[in-house]
Each structure stands twice: as structure tokens, then as C-alpha cells.
Design a protein. Structure first.
Length: 206
């Protein structure tokens, strides 16, 4: 990949990436976060690649690894787009059925659905799982959607736009004020305001 020198070049690359992608193409996203890995998600990922190749479906369907979805106790978890069907505790032996039924025909593999313990109802879509339902993800909104090892996948969803804007058009004071206004806090447990931390560092002597 050639060096990107301006925000315009970044946006041009993003547009070219999006033009090559079919948003309606079925794609299974396999969580490879630590929790899911411990439960065998890498084997699940391999099983999907092998099965898709075996059935000659590489053009029709896709598979990608993603970052942690957050629901580690139910791992390995997968989400099948674009319908966002959520399967949990998936094993390699489940993969042929998932490919043949869900990826090709949008038929649901009922036993892999999450059951809401409060009402005993099976949940089909990721956003309807109670664990996710009340979450409002900001910084990690794309975590379960992109391949963390593929920089182009990140750029395609708008990655580095804020960085490009900050470097090309904003002063240090404007950047700090924007972070302060955002309300972002640290993840270390204390919840210290990020903008305040940045301002203290900028105003520190030396």
C-alpha cells in the first residue's frame, strides 16, 4: 500500500475499497478475542474457511475474523451479516450446517441461538441479545465487524478519518477541547476524563 499523505487520499482509498465490496454478500464474522480463542474460535475459523473452499463458495460468501464481541461467556460467538444473525458456543462440527443453511439460504440453526434467561425466548439477532441491547458503543463500535489484522478493513469503515482531520486541520487546543467535549474517559478503572489528562500534560512545565 502506498503512503497516504492527505485526508483526500485517505478518503479516495476508502471509496475505492467500498466500491469493491458487496454489502449484501453473506459473511460470517468469527470472534477471535481472548475469551473466544480459549474456547476454540480459531478452530471454528479454520472450519469455515475449509468448508467454504470445499463447497466452492469463496465468491458467494465471505468469512472474516474480528475483535472481541464482549460476550465471552458465550464463546465462540459468530455473527452472520448482513442480517446480523447471532450464534453462540459454536463448534467446528456445526460449521457445515451453518454454511449450508444460514449462509446459503438464511435458514436458522435453532440450537445455536442464545436463549434469554429472563423470559426463555430464543434471540435471533445480535442487537436483540440482552447483553448488547442497552449498550451504546462509541470507540469500539466496529470491534466485532472488522478484521483487527487488516488495516484496509479499518480504513473501509472510516478508520483514521479523525486522525487525518486532527493532523491536517486542527490546532492542539482544538484537539484537546474536542476530546474534553466528547466526555471520553480512561478504561483503567478510575474513569479519569481523557481531555483533562491531555490538558494537564500540555500545560505541564517542561
Amino acid at each position: 500500500m502506498k503512503k497516504i499523505r492527505t485526508p483526500q487520499e485517505l478518503e479516495s482509498l476508502r471509496n475505492s475499497l467500498l466500491q469493491k465490496r458487496d454489502p449484501n454478500k453473506p459473511c460470517v464474522r468469527v470472534c477471535i478475542g481472548t475469551g473466544c480463542r480459549a474456547r476454540g474460535s480459531l478452530d471454528v475459523m479454520k472450519a469455515f474457511k475449509d468448508e467454504i473452499k470445499k463447497q466452492g463458495l469463496k465468491i458467494r460468501v465471505g468469512v472474516k475474523q474480528t475483535g472481541c464481541h464482549g460476550f465471552c461467556e458465550r464463546g465462540p460467538v459468530i455473527v452472520i451479516g448482513p442480517k446480523e444473525i447471532f450464534y453462540q458456543r459454536v463448534k467446528p462440527r456445526d460449521v457445515p450446517e451453518i454454511v449450508s443453511k444460514t449462509l446459503l439460504n438464511w435458514e436458522v440453526v435453532d440450537r445455536l441461538l442464545y436463549v434469554d434467561p429472563a423470559i426463555g425466548r430464543k434471540v435471533l439477532y445480535e442487537h436483540e441479545v440482552p447483553f448488547y441491547k442497552k449498550q451504546r458503543r462509541r470507540i469500539l463500535a466496529n470491534n466485532g465487524r472488522i478484521d483487527p489484522t487488516d488495516i484496509l478493513d479499518y480504513i473501509a469503515v472510516g478508520g483514521y478519518r479523525a486522525l487525518a482531520k486532527a493532523i491536517a486541520t486542527m490546532s492542539c487546543e482544538e484537539i484537546i477541547a474536542t476530546v474534553e467535549k466528547s466526555g471520553l474517559r480512561g478504561l483503567g478503572g478510575g474513569g479519569f476524563p481523557t481531555g483533562r489528562k491531555w490538558r494537564l500534560c500540555r500545560e505541564a512545565a517542561g
